[in-house]
Design a protein around this ligand. Structure first.
Ligand SMILES: [Zn+2]
Length: 229
């Protein structure tokens, strides 16, 4: 089967949970779905650093036919639900009352089987007071559905560590990419300067030229155009 050409997935959200929401987007006007199939989900999780390659290999070998694709369907459902939550709360600090809407996420988190292990510490660490050992957390990957759990944990991290005041959607009218604005002064408006920042610059430039040539004077009603990239 020939894979349709698809640009690489985007990781501009600043946190994994927003990158997950950005796994469907319209970077160049046509919507792109990066989690179409179970194999897509595995690849996305790997690129997002949410699972290790040995987990991906294990899932490929152990999942029954159609099982991974079914999890991809669930992942998209989880993504739709969480996008609604995030877009309805972004722009202001999250309050305690938000918990009422998060029952589906808590149900998912309750299925997690996380455990810890002591391992030799990675050699090039400079942590003060660190010994030669470190504690790492892993989870039991019992079924393909377990693949939703690192995503749920990433969502929990977003909800508990990020000020929703600075969660933003790119301001370009056709762009749905979400990100955490960590800039000083919190003036970030675009998913990336290279894509929507550039589109906005070009649109502003076109508008200025139109105005300068007199086509968009006040007597010409609503000739203000939306830019096309
Ligand atoms: Zn954008």
């Amino acid at each position: 089967m020939v894979e349709p050409t698809r640009p690489p997935a985007m990781f501009i959200g600043g946190v994994a949970a927003l990158d997950f929401l950005n796994s469907i987007a319209s970077p160049v006007d046509i919507p792109v779905e990066w989690i179409e199939t179970g194999e897509d989900l595995l690849n996305w999780l790997l690129q997002a650093n949410l699972v290790k390659s040995k987990v991906v290999e294990h899932m490929r070998k152990s999942a029954g036919p159609g099982e991974l694709d079914a999890v991809a369907v669930q992942a998209r459902g989880l993504r739709d639900w969480f996008r609604t939550f995030v877009t309805s709360h972004m722009g202001a600090p999250l309050t305690r009352e938000a918990i009422r809407e998060l029952k589906p996420l808590n149900r998912l988190l309750a299925r997690d089987e996380v455990y810890g292990q002591l391992v030799p510490r990675h050699e090039n660490t400079n942590d003060e007071g660190a010994t030669g050992l470190e504690f790492v957390a892993d989870r039991r990957w019992r079924s393909p559905e377990t693949l939703l759990l690192p995503v749920a944990k990433a969502m929990a991290d977003l909800l508990t560590t990020v000020d929703f005041t600075y969660v933003k959607e790119c301001e370009w009218h056709t762009c749905t990419l979400l990100f955490v604005d960590t800039t000083r002064g919190h003036m970030r408006r675009w998913c990336s300067m290279g894509v929507c920042g550039n589109r906005a610059k070009q649109a502003a430039h076109r508008e200025r030229s139109v105005r300068a040539s007199g086509q968009d004077s006040e007597s010409a009603p609503s000739s203000r155009r939306r830019a096309r990239p």
